[in-house]
Design a binder for this molecule. Structure first.
Ligand SMILES: [Cu+2]
Length: 232
């Protein structure tokens, strides 16, 4: 397995995919999807301010944002798991694929740093990497891949239908693009967000690797963990 630092320089997929999906396109896509998700979150915020509406820790927020942690997938040890297996913990969820030349290795390395920065709070966070490329990303492939980034990172795959349902619940953009130069003739374009879901499965926040240093994201998660504990 090639280390992420090496992938950038050595990996032929990088150059091949770049000719098809330019960095500008990729940034544009990410920007567009950031805007779409931000709009959903703002709408949810407005909905909460309506008279008689209850505050954000109530389940109504989940319905308004319509981003839900709902899935039946197979973990990297080959076991079927659902959102209930991670209930009671915060979920840090990122969608991608192991053949990804840039966004995935960068973001997963970042998630690894966030987990390290969380210290003892990390035990209350389930870090999940869901593939959008189940054809190639079998449990075995995922297991070897996630081990490059953090020992606690869990890879999730499933049937095409299971993966599509999970991506739909999280409102994650992904698209198979044919590319003759890429291995197997295709690459997967996908959104670059990291979702933070609360212990009851409700949507809490989205983060982008480029938006803040890992320490800052870890601080934000720790604040939420502390707040949740106070409210219990
Ligand atoms: Cu990727």
């Amino acid at each position: 397995m090639v280390r992420p630092s090496k992938r950038r320089a050595d990996h032929p997929i990088e150059r091949q995919t770049m000719t098809r999906i330019t960095p500008t396109h990729r940034r544009l896509r990410v920007a567009l999807w950031t805007a779409a998700i931000a709009a959903a979150v703002v709408l949810a915020g407005f909905a909460m301010m309506r008279p008689g509406h209850i505050p954000s820790h109530q389940p109504v927020y989940r319905g308004d944002a319509d981003i839900r942690s709902e899935f039946t997938l197979i973990n990297h040890d080959g076991q079927t798991v659902t959102q209930d297996d991670y209930k009671g913990r915060w979920q840090l969820v990122f969608f991608g694929f192991t053949h990804c030349p840039d966004i995935c290795p960068t973001t997963l390395a970042y998630m690894g740093s966030v987990l390290d920065q969380l210290g003892s709070d990390a035990s209350q966070v389930a870090p999940l990497f869901v593939t959008v490329d189940p054809e190639r990303d079998t449990p075995e492939v995922l297991k070897a891949y996630v081990a490059n980034f953090h020992p606690r990172l869990v890879g999730l795959t499933g049937s095409k239908a299971q993966v599509a349902a999970a991506a739909n619940a999280f409102k994650v953009y992904h698209e198979k693009l044919s590319d003759e130069a890429a291995p197997d003739g295709y690459a997967m374009a996908h959104a670059g967000h990291i979702y933070l879901m609360a212990p009851d499965g409700r949507f809490d926040a989205v983060f982008l690797e480029s938006a803040q240093p890992a320490e800052e994201m870890a601080e934000q998660i720790s604040m939420r963990i502390a707040k949740e504990k106070r409210n219990q």
